[in-house]
Design a binder for this molecule. Structure first.
Ligand code: AMP
Length: 395
């Protein structure tokens, strides 16, 4: 079965065509600057990448260009659209309505719309992608796979905030958590690797990328996670502050004489390791600057690792132990220094890192020694494959 996986942003659309039996990517690509001008980058497996500057006034035209590219006689990978058997859509927020992936129907679309106010930058774009695909492939079954769904198993004590209860009931203010597709994919694999599929298991997944979150997974279910009502909470990230004292928001608005929206924008886009270092949000730049003696870059790296270690400690405490920890996403898979720095805090868990294994990059590998009391792995995440698997499972 060929599954077309779509991840739609407000002005971009990422896609992959995945063959579900072999789990091979047949083609992948990206539409950028939708609604501005438009650029399609299309990479068919085993062939040269194709880049086309084409006018994309809206998402429907973007999807249409992608479908043309997939069926093009020179750089296409399928004869016609009948070879697309299903579409899997990434949807950021499913609120409390979706605790798993679902096949898309009119009712599902309406329920996703009702979650729009919880993710105003993302859900409307995801819905536009869904309706563009439905218009162009009306007979093809489609699934919605939510970033929040995996975390719907969190107990109340983990997801409620210390606010008047009425705000939860009336406004749905609670911790939702994000990166669920990745945490689910990586935790399943980690549980397999430690041979605990049918036993009790306590694992912690560190998804460390430009956006970062840590999740406590007990017996395969999310029981707590570091992101909250929005993806701004928790760890220090590339440009996001992570958790801060909420009183800072008003104080800063007064100092800068700006609106609350402006402060939230600062917390989302100008903070994190970029704001601290003044260098970059990219950990490769921070590593280099730190080696060149830049103290703020070094401080940003230290702070990042410290916070990750704090969450690991908190979750080891909440689960009363941890069998294994996994690092994933851009930083987790590629940056051995960050992994080492985090693990340096974990002596009390009996963590011992094998430096040779930890020096490897971007591959699935156990990085703790055989004698390490808690096992530590690097497991590359693959959200597109996870979406394709979910879609096939629903069909
Ligand atoms: P993500 O959001 O998962 O794409 O992660 C972005 C972060 O991962 C950036 O801070 C990069 O420094 C880091 N990263 C991604 N790829 C690499 C790589 N090949 N080598 C080192 N760091 C990388």
């Amino acid at each position: 079965m060929n599954v077309f996986v779509v991840n739609c942003g407000s002005s971009s659309l990422k896609y992959q065509l995945i063959h579900s039996d072999t789990e091979k990517v047949i083609a992948k690509g990206l539409c950028e600057r939708i609604g501005i001008d438009g650029r399609l980058t299309h990479k068919p497996a085993g062939k040269e990448e194709v880049v086309r500057e084409v006018s994309m006034p809206d998402h429907k035209s973007a999807v249409s260009f992608v479908l043309e590219a997939l069926t093009d006689k020179d750089f296409g990978v399928i004869k016609d659209l009948s070879e697309i058997d299903a579409v899997g859509h990434r949807v950021v927020h499913g609120g409390e309505k979706f605790a798993g992936s679902v096949l898309i129907t009119e009712e599902v679309i309406q329920a996703i719309e009702e979650c729009n106010e919880l993710a105003p930058l993302h859900n409307p774009a995801n819905l536009i992608g869904i309706s563009a695909c439905r218009a162009l492939m009306p007979k093809v079954p489609m699934a919605a796979v939510f970033d929040t769904a995996f975390h719907q198993t969190m107990p109340k004590k983990a997801y409620l905030y210390g606010l008047p209860y009425a705000y939860y009931e009336d406004y749905k203010i609670r911790k939702y958590g994000f990166h669920g597709t990745s945490h689910s994919f990586v935790s399943k694999r980690l549980i397999e690797l430690i041979g605990k599929e049918n036993q009790e298991s306590k694992t912690i997944i560190c998804h460390l990328g430009n956006g970062s979150s840590v999740t406590a997974v007990r017996d395969g279910e999310s029981v707590d996670t570091s992101m909250g009502f929005t993806p701004l909470d928790g760890l220090i990230m590339g440009t996001r502050s992570g958790s801060i004292d909420p009183a800072v928001v008003e104080y800063l608005a007064n100092k800068l004489n700006c609106s609350l929206d402006d402060v939230i924008n600062i917390l989302n886009k100008k903070s994190g390791v970029e704001g601290i270092s003044g260098v970059s949000s990219d950990f490769r730049d921070l590593d280099k600057a730190s080696m060149d003696g830049n103290e703020r870059a070094a401080a940003a790296l230290d702070m990042f690792a410290y916070r990750v270690a704090q969450f690991i400690g908190a979750y080891a405490a909440s689960m009363n132990g941890v069998d294994a920890i996994a690092f994933t996403a851009g930083i987790g898979e590629n940056n051995f220094k960050v992994r080492q720095a985090v693990c340096n805090y974990l002596g009390y868990l009996g963590v011992e890192i094998d430096e040779t294994a930890n020096a490897r990059r971007g591959e699935e590998i156990r990085i703790s020694t055989d004698g390490s009391k808690t096992a530590v792995y690097v497991i590359p995440t693959n959200e597109e494959l996870a979406i394709a698997r979910e879609t096939v499972a629903l069909l």
